[in-house]
Ligand binder design. Structure first.
Ligand SMILES: [Fe+2]
Ligand SMILES: [Fe+2]
Length: 451
């Protein structure tokens, strides 16, 4: 069933255009478009590439692609705009200014339908949830730093005495509720760190988030007593580094694959497993410390220790190995630039089936999304937005918050957009938040005023 509105989309003048409208056709132009002079012809061919043009050539009507235009043609209408032209179809203040300056006079438009009460209520709830997450993130930043300090003092402790896990356990207790986990996981996407210690905390948080989501989904029994024990296990996966020389583990150099430093680093899994076993920690925790660098394809140079039977490696350890690589790649290391979270997801996607199991990868991606929370993306109208929530189904259309508008300006109010609902916009590419906001990225994100 079609409505009258769909059969006859309203036609408006450039003065009547309003933000949010979608231009489906350009229908009246200033004189220079009929006939086209050489310069205007080249400009239209370039900017309306992929659209159709209705007009006249030597008095004969035509309808063809913009690429076929010639100087002297009379343009009557530009229509059938492809998605790629969203920057000249999705109306915003910058576009209205540009259209006036370029001499475009009238348009056929689609006016967005007024949201149903249910959709309005869902949007209001989503905005409130996003604001709450940002607030929790603000409150969690200090906690992350303190937890990192606790891991550092544990790993720096005297090698003659048995490690004391008490202080780290206290932070695990404070960090392991669901809201805190979501918040810290988003912080991880935006902060830069170059410490082996923050790595442990970040891996702990992401591991717990992904592990319990997988357990819930599969209805499987957890191998841990509770959430805290799972997070602690991941916090302590690199505890063996406590017995490696400080110069080596805090070095900013990239070591040679077979150099003495790398030989020393490669001992940390066995050392860690021994320390945890001696401390009476559960077997699953010992297994995670021992085998978290064993790859699915053991012939990979980065797989160690050698000669381990795959059957010895628990599911929890395999998941930890994946989280370990994810965190190492998104965190800044001084000898390499950090990757954006979506770039890491693409890389890991390529490695799935080689470095780790495919089903593990699918489960990990279902929780983290294609654009993990905290990713900065460029939308099709050229605005920049932060991802605030991972969708259940269409992973390429998350909920986002606009931080820089289509004209390149930071806005005081930050528009919440659910890309599943607003199909006029899409993600064009992911951006490096450190390139755009430098070290201020986390602060910019947590200070958003969501509307
Ligand atoms: Fe490790
Ligand atoms: Fe690690």
């Amino acid at each position: 069933m079609t409505t009258e509105g769909q059969n006859n989309p309203p036609e408006v003048s450039v003065q009547e255009l309003k933000t949010g409208m979608l231009i489906t056709a350009y229908t009246r132009f200033e004189e220079k478009y009929a006939p086209l002079d050489e310069e205007t012809c080249a400009w239209v061919k370039h900017n309306f590439s992929g659209a159709s043009v209705r007009g006249q050539r030597n008095g004969v009507p035509f309808l063809f692609m913009a690429a076929n235009l010639q100087p002297g043609d009379h343009i009557l209408e530009v229509l059938h705009m492809p998605r790629s032209l969203s920057h000249i179809c999705v109306v915003n203040n910058g576009l209205i200014k540009e259209l006036k300056a370029r001499g475009f006079l009238r348009f056929r438009v689609q006016v967005p339908a007024a949201a149903s009460p249910e959709k309005s209520a869902a949007r209001t709830a989503a905005v409130a949830k996003a604001s709450h997450l940002l607030e929790t993130m603000k409150q969690s930043i200090r906690l992350c730093e303190n937890a990192t300090t606790a891991v550092k003092s544990l790993m720096d402790s005297d090698s003659e005495t048995a490690p004391n896990f008490q202080e780290v356990k206290q932070y695990v207790d404070q960090m392991s509720d669901d809201e805190m986990i979501q918040a810290v996981s988003a912080i991880i996407s935006l902060k830069e760190n170059d410490h082996v210690y923050a790595h442990c905390v970040d891996v702990g948080v992401i591991f717990q988030q992904v592990y319990f989501a997988i357990m819930d989904k599969r209805g499987d029994q957890s191998a841990f007593k509770n959430h805290q024990e799972a997070m602690l296990a991941a916090f302590l996966h690199d505890i063996g580094k406590a017995r490696i020389s400080k110069e080596t583990i805090t070095s900013t150099k990239a070591f040679k694959r077979d150099g003495p430093e790398m030989q020393e680093i490669r001992k940390h899994p066995q050392i860690g497993a021994k320390l945890l076993a001696e401390a009476g920690m559960p077997d699953v925790m010992v297994n995670m410390a021992h085998f978290h660098h064993v790859k699915r394809d053991e012939s990979m140079n980065s797989s160690y220790p050698e000669g381990v039977k795959q059957s010895e490696i628990l599911f929890e350890t395999r998941l930890l190995a994946l989280v370990d690589v994810y965190q190492a790649l998104i965190s800044g290391r001084s000898y390499k630039k950090s990757w954006t979270p979506p770039a890491v997801m693409r890389y890991l996607d390529a490695m799935a089936g080689v470095e780790f199991d495919l089903d593990l990868w699918d489960a990990f991606q279902a929780v983290m999304g294609y654009y993990p929370v905290g990713s900065l993306v460029k939308l099709s109208d050229h605005s920049l937005a932060f991802v605030i929530s991972v969708p259940q189904k269409d992973i390429l259309r998350p909920q986002v918050i606009v931080v820089v508008d289509a004209e390149g300006q930071r806005t005081e109010e930050n528009r919440f957009i659910d890309l599943k609902e607003d199909l006029s916009l899409s993600i064009q590419k992911d951006m490096d938040s450190f390139d755009v906001f430098k070290s201020d990225a986390l602060h910019v994100f947590t200070s958003l005023n969501v509307v």
